[in-house]
Design a protein around this ligand. Structure first.
Ligand code: AMP
Length: 146
């Protein structure tokens, strides 16, 4: 079986991110692959754009800065250098797909909660990433800290 060469680990920067990245690292080590981290920020205008006539740019910049710092700290703690950190504004599924394609990643790693009921109907990011991916997707079952 061929080995993975480039792995893209998607993190939402919640507590579960450590479990997802740990698994990504393990696969990267055993395949001698390059590891990249991605975090996507959803523009506030996606959620409120049509409803509230407000300029969100200041808040959006603040969110972007904070998330960049958070991703940096997380990446440093996991031994991932700056060139391998990607912070993107957009819809998580679409941006994860686009970045994986751009990098030529052959594996995407995401976290997955064994959802059921209404949450299953609404779907999840892992589900969205799986559909339409141009490479393998590893869904890491994560335990929720609630
Ligand atoms: P969710 O289905 O949204 O609870 O998220 C499940 C997994 O999708 C997370 O563990 C991450 O791997 C990925 N994910 C969710 N949101 C984002 C995000 N904003 N940026 C990057 N990855 C994300």
């Amino acid at each position: 079986m061929s080995q993975y060469t480039k792995i893209l680990v998607a993190v939402d920067l919640s507590e579960e991110s450590a479990q997802v990245s740990e698994r990504g690292h393990a696969v990267a080590r055993s395949n001698n692959a390059e590891l990249h981290l991605i975090h996507v920020i959803e523009p506030l205008s996606f959620a409120y754009g049509g409803d509230i006539p407000m300029d969100f740019s200041g808040i959006q910049d603040e969110i972007l800065q904070q998330a960049t710092q958070q991703l940096k700290r997380f990446a440093e703690a996991n031994g991932i250098d700056e060139e391998h950190q990607h912070i993107i504004l957009g819809r998580p599924e679409a941006e994860i797909h686009a970045t994986a394609k751009e990098l030529g990643a052959d594996l995407i790693v995401v976290g997955s909660h064994g959802r059921h009921g209404l949450a299953l109907l609404l779907g999840s990011t892992a589900n969205g990433v799986l559909h339409g991916a141009h490479c393998d997707v590893l869904a890491v079952r994560v335990a929720r800290h609630e």
